[in-house]
Design a protein around this ligand. Structure first.
Ligand code: CP3
Length: 360
């Protein structure tokens, strides 16, 4: 199966956009820029719209999810929207009892810690993604030539929440289960891969022009554990979209030791956190992989000249990769002054890209 003919990548709307061409490894006249968590609490218009609506209810209201997705695109002039949703939405739609507690994160009514718990998980085929498809379709219609990025959580990061029952520091219980009960672990990760892969496919078929797989908590793993007990399931999560010819970004926090295997699960682009300079990330990846990143979110609150110098340094180091999409090294902190993000977009559009490089 391929994308429908009316999909923005096929009908001429987004195939030549700066984001999509860069994700395909071609450095153009402009370095595209978007921000992880660009939609959300840093924007007063988001805080206003969300009053009285719970996080996951907002995600499942197509008109609200679409409006929230569009807010940062209008305000900052970023090169992409990222669909407003959450990595736990597919779990909820499959029937898992999960809520997002403000200031804390996803919390499950019943943690999944044994083989019996894994066997009792609902059928991934039972998840109905209609609300997501409607939200994506509304968003894509409003975005015109600006591409929408669809996303999903990788199986390990989802398992970190499922096993712990909520946010945790080192994901100790999940990492114990991985070794203590490999059968339960494999069952859990296969389940997570199936449900998160379907979530991603639903967004792409409904109109998203790129995909990002978030393995946010991958940094707590050894390289061996990642390669042997996690990466095969991340590859499985991408299986449902492999026939669609849509560029895939793979991002993790603290991923410096596992950049190569993260690329090898089937990603076109590797997202790098703030710890590793992009020239070093590119060297580790053999020099041929398109990168996304990696402005340190901490510097968003620093004086502009400090932040400006840092952004220019990120652009310079990004030139050691075949192509580069500027982003943060992790999400926008809620207390960020949104005008700072707009200023970064202007700076990157002025100073990034092949044209700026040649005129130097
Ligand atoms: O703009 C965007 O980037 C799109 C929206 C998006 C959200 N969650 C919205 C959200 C995306 C891509 C995610 C993914 C997500 N969710 C990840 C992977 C990305 C990352 O940050 O590493 C993870 C680990 C989660 C789980 C999760 N959901 C956490 C840790 C939290 C924060 C809890 C809090 O209140 O601080 C959430 C809730 C969440 N997801 C919010 C938003 C805007 C905040 C909810 C609110 O506004 O009340």
């Amino acid at each position: 199966m391929t994308l429908p003919e009316t999909h923005p990548l096929r009908d001429g709307r987004t195939a030549d956009s700066a984001l999509v061409t860069t994700y395909r490894g071609v450095r153009g006249d402009r370095t595209p820029v978007w921000f992880m968590r660009q939609a959300g609490r840093s924007l007063p218009e988001y805080r206003e719209l969300r009053v009285g609506t719970r996080m996951l209810d907002a995600c499942l209201d197509p008109a609200m999810a679409s409006e929230i997705t569009l807010q940062p695109v209008r305000r900052h002039g970023v090169d992409a929207g990222i669909f407003f949703s959450d990595i736990v939405i597919p779990l909820k739609l499959a029937g898992v009892d999960v809520e997002i507690v403000p200031g804390r994160g996803p919390v499950l009514a019943q943690p999944v810690r044994t083989l019996a718990d894994v066997s009792a998980l609902p059928d991934p085929d039972g998840a109905d993604f209609t609300a997501i498809e409607q939200g994506v379709a509304l968003t894509v219609a409003a975005l015109g030539r600006t591409p929408l990025i669809g996303f999903a959580g990788a199986p390990f990061t989802l398992a970190a929440y499922l096993v712990e029952g909520g946010p945790s520091k080192d994901h100790i219980r999940a990492r114990t289960l991985m070794h203590a009960d490999p059968e339960a672990w494999e069952g859990l990760l296969s389940w997570a891969a199936a449900v998160t892969g379907r979530f991603l496919r639903a967004q792409l078929l409904a109109g998203a022009s790129a995909a990002q797989l978030f393995d946010s908590w991958v940094g707590s793993l050894s390289k061996t554990d990642y390669v042997e007990r996690v990466a095969p399931f991340s590859r499985a999560a991408l299986e449902p979209i492999r026939d669609l010819d849509v560029p895939v970004v793979h991002f993790g926090v603290g991923s410096g030791e596992v950049l190569v295997p993260m690329h090898q699960v089937g990603a076109d682009v590797v997202g790098v956190d703030w710890r590793l300079p992009l020239d070093e990330a590119s060297r580790r990846l053999g020099g041929g992989v398109t990168l996304q990143g990696n402005v340190d979110p901490a510097l968003l609150a620093a004086p502009w000249p400090v932040l400006e110098a840092h952004v220019l340094d990120v652009l310079r180091r990004g030139r050691s990769a075949p192509a580069h999409v500027l982003n943060l090294g992790h999400g926008v902190p809620p207390e960020t002054d949104p005008d700072v993000l707009t200023r970064i977009v202007e700076l990157v559009h002025e100073r990034g890209g092949a044209a700026a490089e040649e005129s130097r």
